[in-house]
Design a binder for this molecule. Structure first.
Ligand code: FAD
Ligand code: NAD
Length: 396
């Protein structure tokens, strides 16, 4: 019998953790494992709001795969998946390579959810990859330098963040820290710079504890962020955004942080999806396929009350670890375990030294939350790359 072939798509939280489990637990010749990723690095998506605002470098948020993957055990293919053909058990890359599989793991992450709002795809930025955040950072700097040459153009100094979910809030926290530095560097009066965080729901961070939400908003307002709550963005144009109220905000920088959907490759492959996410069974299998597994933001799982879990790195990591173990068990003819998420709480940063969090019934504010977030980052880095990586990457 030939060696089973496991193909993993995406080296994000879900795909990487599946790979690392296989790397750790499989014996030589038990399976051929191939990881395909667009880049030769993994990025810490949970940090991307920082390089987007320019408070840390994009390089800091990436981890080269050859630092954590043992190429004697895992074949790495740097390539972009173009399509998945589940009937043929193949995956086609943009360069035309066709990769067959016996077991497939889909961990291709998410795409911005635009809800069909006109102009967003064309004119808005989003915080989604190393390349995307580098672009945002450089664009913001360029706006400051352009303003110095065209001082009547206050739209260059107006920044719009669409959505006050965790991504929007964390990005505003960093922007609030970065704007004073940019004002100093470009000799711009801080009063001229406007940052609007625009939220459709009646509150920022809908569904989160109101006391923590108020704390977050107060901190961000002190950093100069102006909230517009209960005001959906209904259009994005080359000149800014139009709100449902009819108000127009002129801005050359719109950052869309109003939610995500699963990678469109999954839907195009014919899997049944909700907002691009496959409703997987308790073993993380795609319905109708014994050998196709989905992890991370491409997977949809529900809690006991029947509500979907939000797509988070925390769940993606746990899915990857369980799936890695299950694949090993299946290859050995043992029974797999059902996936049950163990939520450890939520921690969000609000810029340097500030944060909010909820761990069980405990609410965390300010530096305590910020420290807990660093500790959680440290645990993750240690998990994927040991002490060396943790020490190299974590900024204390
Ligand atoms: P990703 O981590 O996005 O990885 C997908 C991988 O697939 C990437 O390596 C990508 O390059 C690759 N890929 C994509 N398309 C292709 C293709 N066509 N071909 C080849 N490779 C491809 N969650 C938390 O739990 N805690 C947090 O504090 C937190 N903070 C966040 C902060 C920000 C700014 C953002 C944007 C998100 C945050 N999240 C957080 C959510 C979390 O980052 C995601 O839920 C998580 O990244 C999902 O993991 P994933 O493995 O599904 O995908
Ligand atoms: P989200 O869906 O959590 O929040 C998006 C926000 O945008 C919502 O509040 C929504 O009401 C708002 N919105 C939607 N349409 C809008 C419109 N037309 N105009 C204005 N506002 C609009 O999305 P996200 O913040 O991108 O987060 C994506 C996922 O990543 C979530 O599951 C989140 O929990 C997770 N995440 C977690 C953290 C953390 O734990 N620290 C940080 C970032 C992201």
């Amino acid at each position: 019998m030939s060696t089973p072939n496991i193909l993993i798509l995406g080296a994000g939280y879900g795909g990487l953790l599946t790979t690392l489990q296989l790397q750790k637990k499989l014996n030589y010749n038990e399976a051929e494992v191939t990881l395909v990723n667009k880049h030769d690095y993994h990025y810490i998506t949970t940090w991307l709001h920082e390089p987007a605002a320019g408070t840390s470098s994009a390089d800091h948020a990436r981890v080269y795969l050859d630092e954590i993957i043992n190429k004697d055990k895992i074949n790495f293919v740097k390539g972009t998946v173009a399509s998945i053909e589940p009937q043929e058990q193949t995956v086609t890359l943009e360069d035309g390579q066709v990769l067959p599989y016996d077991y497939l793991v889909i961990g291709l992450g998410s795409e911005p959810e635009t809800f069909g709002i006109e102009g967003l795809k064309e004119y808005a930025f989003s915080i989604r990859s190393i390349n995307a955040v580098r672009h945002i950072r450089e664009h913001i700097e360029y706006m400051f330098s352009k303003y110095k040459n065209e001082p009547d153009r206050t739209d260059y100094l107006t920044f719009v963040v669409g959505g006050a979910g965790f991504t929007g809030i964390e990005f505003c926290g960093e922007l609030g820290d970065r704007i004073p530095e940019l004002c100093k560097e470009f000799d711009v009066d801080r009063e001229l710079v406007k940052v609007y965080c625009i939220e459709a729901a009646p509150t920022a961070l809908p569904g989160f504890d109101p006391e923590l939400v108020n704390y977050a908003m107060e901190i961000l307002e002190k950093k100069g962020i102006e909230f517009k709550i209960g005001t959906p963005i209904k259009q994005c144009t080359p000149d800014g955004v139009v709100l449902a109220t009819g108000e127009e905000i002129k801005s050359k920088t719109v950052v869309w942080a109003a939610g995500v959907r699963g990678n469109s490759i999954v839907e195009k492959a014919g899997f049944e999806v909700m907002r691009g996410r496959v409703k997987v069974d308790e073993y993380l299998r795609a319905p109708g396929y014994e050998n196709v597994f989905v992890v991370g933001d491409c997977a949809l799982i529900f809690n006991e009350e029947g509500r979907p879990y939000p797509p988070t790195a925390q769940i993606a990591v746990q899915e990857g670890e369980t799936l890695g173990e299950n694949l090993v068990a299946m290859l050995r003819g043992e029974l797999p375990h059902k996936f049950v998420p163990h939520l450890q709480g939520t921690l969000a940063s609000l810029g340097k030294g500030e944060g909010i969090g909820q761990v069980g019934s405990k609410k965390l504010f300010g530096s305590t939350a910020a420290m807990m977030k660093k500790a959680s980052d440290l645990r993750y880095l240690h998990k994927i790359g040991g002490v060396g990586l943790a020490l190299k990457k974590v900024k204390l």
